[in-house]
Ligand binder design. Structure first.
Ligand code: C2E
Ligand code: MG
Ligand code: MG
Ligand code: MG
Length: 280
């Protein structure tokens, strides 16, 4: 096929590759400056206790709007940060901002923060987390770390040590994107997670798909039998919520409750939820 398109096709391919490399290099340079200038912000998405409808936490999700007003998606810039080692500085800055924001929330509201798989190779990860907690004054009990299954496969012993150290200090551990990673069940057997977050890909389609529904039901059952709280990500519709309630899911997250929002809006969100809860 490539042959039939002739040599020009090959040149066109090279040009796009070159373009991609240039765009990527420019983005990396911009990210470096943005991190230095502390220009990235955590946004906060509410986590809802499904037993009573109350907010029980916020997940911090990184947001970056560059100087021309373009917002770059976190999946793009987190990947660059991971590849370049910028993730450590980015993590420390965002976690510090998030801990300080969380001090303005009621005590029972927890901050969830994503730790990327490459950070599990950082020997100083726990030291950094404890340092940021101490610097901001947020109690370890109010922090929850979200890791994906892929964070546990590179060096399982090192990962276990990190999780144990955090856990002993009172930090909660959630297994994020459950069901999409490598060897989910093996991870559940090995580590004591406080929470599993069922990936939104299961929630999006399971009502139309009987097999998918059975898988979600089994994941919730597994969580309960292991005494691990279950969170469903990506709840967008009432019928998804009512079904998850029926199945006994503990915590919900999704656009139905609220999108990720800046710190000041999260405070307003909390006030309004409290008012409606008090009314009925
Ligand atoms: P995640 O940790 O699984 O976060 C959940 C993602 O689902 C977020 O995407 C959130 O905005 C999105 N989401 C929440 N509710 C709904 C819904 O009802 N429908 C749909 N379609 N999507 C929903 P976001 O903010 O784009 O972040 C994507 C991923 O980037 C995160 O997935 C996480 O893996 C990573 N990420 C974001 N911020 C950070 C960070 O500060 N550090 C690290 N290491 N990773 C981060
Ligand atoms: Mg997460
Ligand atoms: Mg997730
Ligand atoms: Mg995800």
């Amino acid at each position: 096929e490539a042959k039939s398109r002739g040599p020009n096709h090959y040149l066109a391919f090279e040009a796009t590759m070159h373009e991609k490399v240039m765009v990527r290099a420019a983005l990396e340079a911009k990210l470096r400056v943005a991190i230095q200038e502390k220009a990235l912000r955590p946004f906060y998405q509410p986590l809802i206790d499904l037993r009573n409808g109350e907010v029980c936490g916020f997940e911090a999700l990184a947001r970056w709007t560059d100087k021309d007003g373009t917002s770059i998606p976190p999946t793009t810039f987190i990947a660059i940060a991971e590849e370049t080692g910028l993730i450590t500085a980015l993590f420390e800055d965002l976690l510090d901002q998030a801990c300080r924001d969380a001090l303005n929330w009621p005590d029972h509201i927890r901050l969830s923060f994503n730790v990327s798989p490459v950070q599990m190779e950082d020997k100083l990860l726990t030291t950094r987390i404890f340092r940021v907690l101490a610097g901001s004054g947020l109690k370890a009990q109010r922090l929850e770390i979200e890791i994906t299954e892929n964070a546990l496969i590179q060096d399982p012993a090192a990962a276990a040590a990190i999780l144990a150290e955090l856990h002993d200090a009172g930090v909660q551990i959630a297994l994020d994107d459950f069901g999409t990673g490598y060897s989910s069940l093996a991870q559940l057997a090995r580590y004591r997670f406080d929470k599993i977050k069922i990936d939104k890909s299961f929630i999006a389609t399971y009502r139309e798909d009987e097999r998918q529904e059975k898988v979600v039901r089994a994941m919730l059952g597994l969580g309960h039998s292991l005494n691990i709280q279950t969170t469903a990500e990506g709840i967008e519709e009432h019928r998804q919520l009512s079904h998850l309630l029926q199945l006994g899911c503990d915590i919900g997250q999704g656009y139905l409750f609220g999108k990720p929002m800046p710190a000041n809006e999260a405070l307003i969100f909390l006030e309004q939820r409290e008012k409606t809860a008090a009314v009925g």
